[in-house]
Design a binder for this molecule. Sequence first.
Ligand SMILES: Nc1ncnc2c1ncn2[C@@H]1O[C@H](COP(=O)(O)OP(=O)(O)OP(=O)(O)O)[C@@H](O)[C@H]1O
Length: 317
Amino acid sequence: MSAQLQLVSAPQPSAPPAISEPVIEVDQLSLYFGRKAALDQLSLNIPRGGIHAIVGANGAGKSSLFRVLLGFQSPSSGRARILGRDCQSIEAQDRARIGFVNEEHSLPAWLRVAEVVAMQRRLYPRWNAARYSEIVDHFNVLAEQRVRELSRGERAGLNLAMAMAQSPELLILDEPTLGLDVVAKRAFLESLLAAVAESDSTIIYCSHQMEEIERLADNLIVLERGRLIHMSPPDEFCRRVSLWVADFGLQSPPLSHLSGLLQVQTLDGLHHCLLLDAPDDFGQQLEALGARRHYRGEVSLDRAVNALLTRHHAAPR
Ligand SMILES: Nc1ncnc2c1ncn2[C@@H]1O[C@H](COP(=O)(O)OP(=O)(O)OP(=O)(O)O)[C@@H](O)[C@H]1O
């Protein structure tokens, strides 16, 4: 589909000036496992400041990218830099500037919370005790509790509190709310937003939960099969995707040739078309195909991203 070729936006003119210096610089990065490309010639710059959401279908390469960025995995080819340092030569002092929280929330199960925190404090010179207490209190985690006694949501809160207390320049969150119930999820997001508001950390947030992205993200980065296919503020992306509902009566004209078409569904006898960058005369095109009436509707971020990611699978009817 030709739309794919136009998806990657140039550096965003709407980005605030404070976020011009990249925290992540990825150039032609590939990571192969046998014949499988987890990352495929990926090029991506993430500017300093703000919350950057990385989304993509399962297997798009999000976790692989984080592993390379954090120096846990060597790429097959290409270059990646984090906070100005080549990812293959990250040292302890670089790690002290980077926080990482993933869905596992793994911590030494046998230790008490106070012991884990004491260990962390020693490692991070910019430790912010007030910020730690603020977040951890939100989750009602007690210092004397052992890690194994904490619920999944409480462990997520403890991890977030420790990560934010490190005052990292860059915080990477890889599906941090996976498996949390709605209450814990809300507590996690509220704590994150409050902590971000009073810090100057750049956040990279990976999630399949589009309502979280909608609430948090200043910048939306979409990966597909190890490649960048879109980067822009989320509302800008939503404005580019439009929904057209057309009534063709009993007919079902072929629509797959329409420029920018991402998805077509038939609901209650009406054709619902999602388009990227619909041409100005799209209504006339529908009329030319026999539409008796049509109207244009709004699209949520969730629906727009889903249409983009499933555009190859959702065969237009
Ligand atoms: N150690 C490995 N060995 C072989 N293949 C791997 C390995 N790690 C990742 N892959 C493959 O690389 C691709 C990218 O995986 P990755 O975990 O980075 O995706 P993801 O976007 O994080 O997915 P998800 O949303 O499901 O967590 C997948 O196709 C996966 O099968």
